[in-house]
Ligand binder design. Structure first.
Ligand code: GZL
Length: 607
């Protein structure tokens, strides 16, 4: 059941709360814009399936200060979980952090906030939406080039900026496409109408208008129509809402050439909220929703897909899983989690261990295709070189999921979903910990970097994130860096080699994973250097072995990288086979641990 706050406050809150097991507060930025109305409708529709949940919705009328008051009222009411679509990310971050740290689960929707002080983020990839719009505009201009007007409503908002940035990142590769921008401070249709009308004289050179939301696209169309110019200029919108005058409707009426969908996530928010309230395993940290390009050619089919009932018949699903190898404790825990979850989710798992060989992984993919599995999952040992094999899987009609590590492909739509960690953030967290806990004392401290295997996404991105923060910290430098392939022996070998060359001048070791850090510890001790004291050691993964080393004072910090991907992966696979729209990325929950809390948490560690 759901209601707007005004109605609820007037009732005896005890009754409303005691009627059900859970009350969820939904703090809306506003309930005026079409996209937000759609979000509300989706939440209310989904919550009908949960008789033990009531929701209370508040409307901040786009005012950050009012949204903070709304949150306080919801907390006073005694909600069990907060779903919030923030008016303004910067101004709500601290408030959301207070709620989360006050042990009320928080699901942030649509607009991301700084940091990770929330239970779950569900939203679109607005940069991707912009890129998809840019790709369609390039197609519309058919390589002939032309002039594009970017009509940007609410130009100060983060999602407008991300959409325009994504759009520009595509069209900038086509010098024959010239763009101009008209910024408006709101996304209102009438503002767009007046703006386009005011450009009458200069519209003759314009071939396409890109509107960063369908409301603006509608205003632009109506202005062009009033000047008899609607046939000469094509419009590409964003949001792709269905319903009358929504983006999909405008495409079907021929008013706009395309719209890029921006799913609201309302359904997923209630589904995950229920899992969080029941403390179920497998709830990720971020769910990034997929956007689709809707044109006259696929609009009807898209609308039909929305009506399709997704029902998991519980039948056995056959999954071919190509695993990197057995190089680390993390990998062993990851394999165990995948195999356990396969049994739990009624998945027949064909498991192949590639011993860190891409050739073996590609051979395994081809074997899975021959065996006509339902889904192929790959943990790619390196980021590139997958196009040919994945195109064969696509031709065979077998969806491919990337688990744990990412793959880059030239061809589009070869990968259905990525489920794993935010390696960039892991690298940033490692260097932030160094900055905050190892004062450089006016010197420049030397860092020895033990890297994973060359070309692997965790290797590339952990380094990139680490360096991003390092560049702001003049008291530190990477003095030496070498690939250790994520193995214990790799870490040991690099440190021994450095020691044997003489002149040990390293203050800090940053290891891309725990196994290499532990190998480094052995090498240091063999040379009479005290690890954790003479040399501070920071690693990534958070395995039990490293927790024991932290408690023994030999390692100083580990940045968690969750290997327990089995439950969210198998749940996503069952959803996909049942016909549900798959998120484009599912990112796992991760923390940072050091000597101040290692002893307290080691017994809770699952790997
Ligand atoms: C990270 C994973 C990395 C671990 C290593 O998701 O791919 O590979 O950090 C593992 O321990 O070998």
């Amino acid at each position: 059941m759901s209601c707007l706050a005004a109605y609820t406050w007037s009732r005896n809150s005890a009754d409303y709360k005691n009627e059900v097991e859970y009350v969820i507060g939904v703090s809306q930025a506003n309930v005026r814009e079409a996209w937000r109305i759609a979000l509300n409708q989706e939440i209310e529709e989904e919550v009908k399936k949960y008789p033990n949940i009531n929701i209370i919705t508040t409307d901040a009328t786009s005012e950050p200060e009012k949204q903070k008051q709304d949150i306080d009222k919801l907390l006073e009411f005694g909600i069990d979980l907060l779903i919030i679509s923030p008016c303004d990310t910067g101004k709500l971050t601290e408030k959301i952090k207070d709620v989360f740290q006050g042990n009320i689960p928080v699901i942030v929707m649509d607009r991301g906030i700084e940091g990770f002080d929330y239970s779950l983020f569900i939203g679109p990839d607005n940069d991707m939406i912009g890129r998809q719009a840019g790709e369609w505009v390039v197609q519309l201009l058919d390589g002939q080039g032309g002039r594009v007007l970017k009509l940007c409503g609410n130009s100060g908002s983060i999602q407008s900026q991300e959409r325009i940035k994504g759009f520009d990142s595509v069209v900038m590769d086509y010098p024959q496409i010239e763009t101009s921008t008209f910024n408006m401070d709101t996304e209102l249709k009438d503002k767009a109408y007046d703006a386009v009308l005011s450009m009458k004289g200069s519209l003759k050179e314009i071939h396409v208008i890109f509107a960063n939301c369908d409301y603006v696209a509608q205003g632009a169309y109506e202005a062009l129509e009033s000047m008899g110019m609607e046939k000469g200029i094509q419009i590409v919108g964003s949001d792709g809402l269905n319903g009358k005058d929504g983006g999909v409707d405008m495409v079907m009426q021929g008013k706009i050439a395309a719209t890029i969908t921006c799913p609201t996530g309302g359904r997923e928010a209630i589904q995950y909220a229920y899992s969080i309230l029941r403390q179920e395993s497998g709830v990720p940290k971020q769910v990034i929703l997929r956007s689709r390009t809707i044109t006259k050619g696929n609009a009807a089919q898209y609308l039909e897909s929305l009506e399709k009932e997704c029902f998991d018949k519980g039948e056995t699903i056959t999954v071919g899983y190509s695993q990197v190898g057995q190089e680390s404790q993390w990998r062993l825990a990851n394999t165990h989690s995948i195999q356990e979850a396969a049994r739990e989710f009624n998945v027949d798992l064909l498991f192949d261990d590639a011993d860190q060989s891409q050739d073996k992984q590609i051979a395994a993919i081809r074997r899975f295709i021959e065996e006509k599995v339902d889904v192929i999952v790959v943990s790619p040992v390196v980021e590139t070189g997958w196009d040919e094999a994945l195109m064969e899987a696509k031709a065979a009609g077998i969806p491919v999921v990337m688990s744990d590590r990412k793959a880059e492909t030239d061809e589009k739509d070869l990968i259905t979903t990525y489920i794993g960690a935010d390696f960039l953030e892991e690298g940033r967290r490692a260097m932030r910990w160094i900055r905050d806990n190892i004062p450089s004392g006016g010197k420049v401290l030397n860092i020895l970097e033990l890297k994973g295997n060359q070309g692997a996404s965790p290797t590339l991105e952990r380094r990139k994130g680490f360096v991003e923060v390092l560049q702001e910290c003049p008291g530190y430098q990477i003095a030496y860096s070498e690939y250790g392939d994520f193995t214990y022996d790799g870490g040991k070998r690099i440190v021994e080699g450095y020691l044997e060359r003489g002149g040990w001048d390293v203050d800090i070791i940053f290891a891309h994973n725990d196994d290499m850090a532990l190998g480094a510890v052995e090498a240091l001790e063999d040379y009479g250097i005290v690890p954790g004291e003479d040399v501070k050691i920071i690693s990534v993964d958070g395995t039990s072995d490293v927790f024991r080393a932290i408690i023994a004072g030999k390692i100083n910090c580990t940045v968690e990288c969750n290997p327990l991907l089995g439950p969210p992966l198998m749940k996503a696979i069952r959803d996909m086979v049942a016909g549900k729209e798959m998120p484009v990325r599912i990112i796992t929950e991760e923390k940072v641990y050091d000597q101040s809390q290692a002893e307290e948490v080691i017994n809770q560690r699952a790997y």
